[in-house]
Design a binder for this molecule. Structure first.
Ligand SMILES: Nc1ncnc2c1ncn2[C@@H]1O[C@H](COP(=O)(O)OP(=O)(O)OP(=O)(O)O)[C@@H](O)[C@H]1O
Ligand SMILES: [Mg+2]
Length: 261
């Protein structure tokens, strides 16, 4: 299986030069075609920073990011990433513009300079289809984000990510801002969409139980590095790193009263 995204020895210092933090401190990782990779690790370990570097939203201080074998120092490769990779963020409130109706918000990526030119009718058809795919009524396209619940807003964000028909989805804790009662629905939706479309996915989460439901492989981050990576079943059975062992022992505690399954 071919490698889609590969990062090698990335370093990135954030904040003031002295007193800031090495958000990435020598991280190396690869994501293969069709892989559903769970990226876990304690708060502040660098997960979100790594996703942003993978999408060329942040530039590392040193190290290499390759997309399908080409370094992102090449502008052509950056355009390719933007065309093929989509991202879903943690909080739909901050990722959706409150003044833009949701039809416009969902189709906005189709108007970006890297997107293929589409006619108005093609865009409308694509919008209706993707809204149905995520369980939203296409008739509601003229409504605004505040008219929707948190779970529906995250469906809107997922529709916006999928509207360009990406091959790869980067999801950064897509349900952690939602009520526990609607998390399972959104996760199941995401799971179905990713499997139906055969997408490659990197799914960031604190919750290993959720990762087990959606992913086949896992990478564990700690202090800006990947400390463990492997098939989920292997890592579950025989965690090598202390951080992984701690994450695993936390599961029963987190699961009590939770309905993410
Ligand atoms: N813009 C910034 N300026 C300064 N420090 C930052 C900035 N963004 C992130 N950091 C720091 O970089 C480190 C890594 O942050 P990051 O958001 O990647 O962690 P994370 O693993 O996604 O955490 P969480 O699970 O809480 O989302 C943290 O210590 C964070 O405080
Ligand atoms: Mg984060």
């Amino acid at each position: 299986m071919s490698t889609q995204i590969e990062v090698e020895d990335l370093h990135l210092h954030l904040g003031p030069h002295s007193g800031g933090i090495d958000a990435l401190d020598g991280v190396s990782l690869h994501v293969d075609e069709g892989e559903r990779l769970g990226l876990v690790g304690e708060s502040g370990s660098g997960k979100s920073t790594l996703l942003k570097v993978m999408m060329a939203l942040l530039r590392p201080d040193s190290g290499v990011v390759r997309f399908r074998g080409r370094s992102l120092s090449d502008n052509e490769a950056v355009r390719d990433v933007r065309r093929s990779v989509a991202m879903v963020f943690q909080d739909p409130r901050s990722s959706l513009d409150p003044r833009m109706n949701i039809g416009r918000a969902i189709t906005e990526p189709l108007r970006s300079p890297v997107a293929r030119t589409m006619t108005r009718q093609e865009r409308q058809d694509r919008l209706a289809k993707v809204m149905m795919d995520v369980g939203l009524d296409p008739e509601s396209a003229t409504r605004f984000p505040h008219e929707f619940s948190g779970g529906q807003r995250q469906r809107i964000a997922i529709a916006r990510a999928l509207v360009t028909q990406p091959d790869i989805l980067l999801a950064d804790e897509p349900v952690s801002a939602l009520d526990v009662s609607v998390r399972a629905q959104v996760l199941n939706l995401l799971n179905d969409l990713v499997r139906q479309r055969g997408l490659t996915m990197v799914f960031v989460s604190h919750d290993l139980a959720v990762v087990r439901h959606l992913c086949d492989t896992v990478a564990v981050m700690s202090r800006g590095r990947v400390v463990e990576r492997g098939r989920l079943s292997d890592v579950y059975r025989d965690p090598q790193h202390e951080v992984t062992q701690e994450l695993l022992t936390a599961i029963p505690r987190i699961r009590v009263g939770d309905s993410t399954h």
